[in-house]
Design a protein around this ligand. Structure first.
Ligand SMILES: C[S@@+](CC[C@H](N)C(=O)[O-])C[C@H]1O[C@@H](n2cnc3c(N)ncnc32)[C@H](O)[C@@H]1O
Length: 252
C-alpha cells in the first residue's frame, strides 16, 4: 500500500508540480448549484489547496482538513481565507449538519470509507452533497503517444507491484459502488472530464516525483523521455467527477 504521508515530505514540490483542476469542473459544480457564495464546504485531504483556492474564490466558506503538517502549513499561507484543521477524514471532529458540500479532490482513495461515509452523512445538512474527483494522468481513450509508450516501458521495468486495494482510478462504476455502499449516499451526477496539456521535461520530472508509486529515478527517466521527444509533449488527462446526494434515510 502506498504511503499517505508521501505528499507531506514534498509539500512545495507538490504544490508547484500538480496541475490545476480544469475550468469545466468548476463550471459543472456551479451548474449543479453545488458551489457558490456562502456554500459551506468541508474539504478532506486538502493538500496544499489546489481545490481549496478555487472554492474560496467562488465565495465558499471552506473548512479544509489535512493530516500532513507541512501541507497544512502551506495551505494556511496559500489560502488564508480557508479554515484549516489538522487531522484525518477518519478522526477530525465534525459537528452535525454543519456543511452543504463535502469534497475530496484526488484524496478519497486514501480514506477508510466504512468510517468516513457515515461521518460525512452526519456532518452534511439534509439535501447536502459529496463531490469526489481526481486527476488521472493518462487517458486510455486517447491513442498511445510516444511519450506514453516510454512511460509504460518504465512501469513495466518496475516488475510486479501489488495492486492498491479498492477500485482502480478509472473504474468509475466501482467508485460509485464504493461511495454508495451502506446507503449513506445516492448518485446524483457522474461524468468524466477529458483535457490536454503541453508539458516540458522539467514539469514531467517534478510531476512524476509527486506520484506515490514512482521513484525519483523513474521520474527522471520520464523527464529524459520528454527530452528525447523534443523537450515538450502533449499529455491527455481525465478527471472523473462523482456527485452523491446525502441519503435522507441511510440504507435505502
Ligand atoms: C494526492 S493528495 C491531494 C491533495 C489535494 N486535495 C489536491 O487536490 O491536490 C492526497 C491528500 O490526502 C491526504 N490524506 C491522506 N490520507 C488522508 C486521510 N486519511 N484523511 C485526510 N487526508 C488524507 C494527504 O495528506 C494528501 O494531502
Amino acid at each position: 500500500m502506498p504511503d499517505p504521508t508521501h505528499f507531506d515530505g514534498m509539500a512545495e514540490l507538490y504544490d508547484r508540480a500538480r496541475p490545476p483542476y480544469p475550468d469545466a469542473l468548476w463550471g459543472r459544480l456551479r451548474d449543479l448549484a453545488l458551489l457558490g457564495p456562502g456554500t459551506r464546504v468541508l474539504e478532506l485531504g486538502a493538500g496544499s489547496g489546489l481545490a481549496t483556492a478555487p472554492m474560496v474564490a467562488a465565495g465558499a466558506e471552506v473548512t479544509a482538513v489535512e493530516p500532513g503538517p507541512a501541507l497544512a502549513d502551506l495551505l494556511r499561507r496559500r489560502v488564508p481565507d480557508a479554515t484549516v484543521l489538522a487531522g484525518t477524514a477518519e478522526s477530525v471532529a465534525l459537528d452535525a449538519a454543519a456543511f452543504d458540500l463535502a469534497v475530496a479532490a484526488t484524496a478519497v482513495h486514501w480514506f477508510d470509507l466504512d468510517v468516513v461515509l457515515p461521518r460525512l452523512h452526519h456532518a452534511l445538512v439534509p439535501g447536502g452533497h459529496l463531490a469526489v474527483w481526481r486527476h488521472v494522468f493518462g487517458d486510455p481513450a486517447v491513442p498511445r503517444t510516444p511519450f506514453r509508450e516510454r512511460v509504460e516501458q518504465i512501469v513495466r521495468e518496475r516488475g510486479d507491484v501489488p495492486p492498491r486495494p479498492g477500485p482502480t482510478e478509472l473504474d468509475t462504476a466501482g467508485w460509485v459502488d464504493r461511495l454508495t455502499a451502506g446507503g449513506w449516499f445516492a448518485v446524483r451526477h457522474v461524468e468524466e472530464l477529458r483535457w490536454s496539456v503541453e508539458v516540458s521535461a522539467r514539469q514531467v520530472r517534478d510531476l512524476f516525483r509527486t506520484f506515490s508509486e514512482w521513484t525519483a529515478a523513474e521520474a527522471d527517466a520520464a523527464g529524459r523521455a520528454v527530452e528525447d521527444l523534443g523537450g515538450r509533449v502533449t499529455e491527455h488527462y481525465v478527471t472523473p467527477l462523482l456527485v452523491l446526494r446525502r441519503a435522507e434515510v441511510p440504507g435505502r
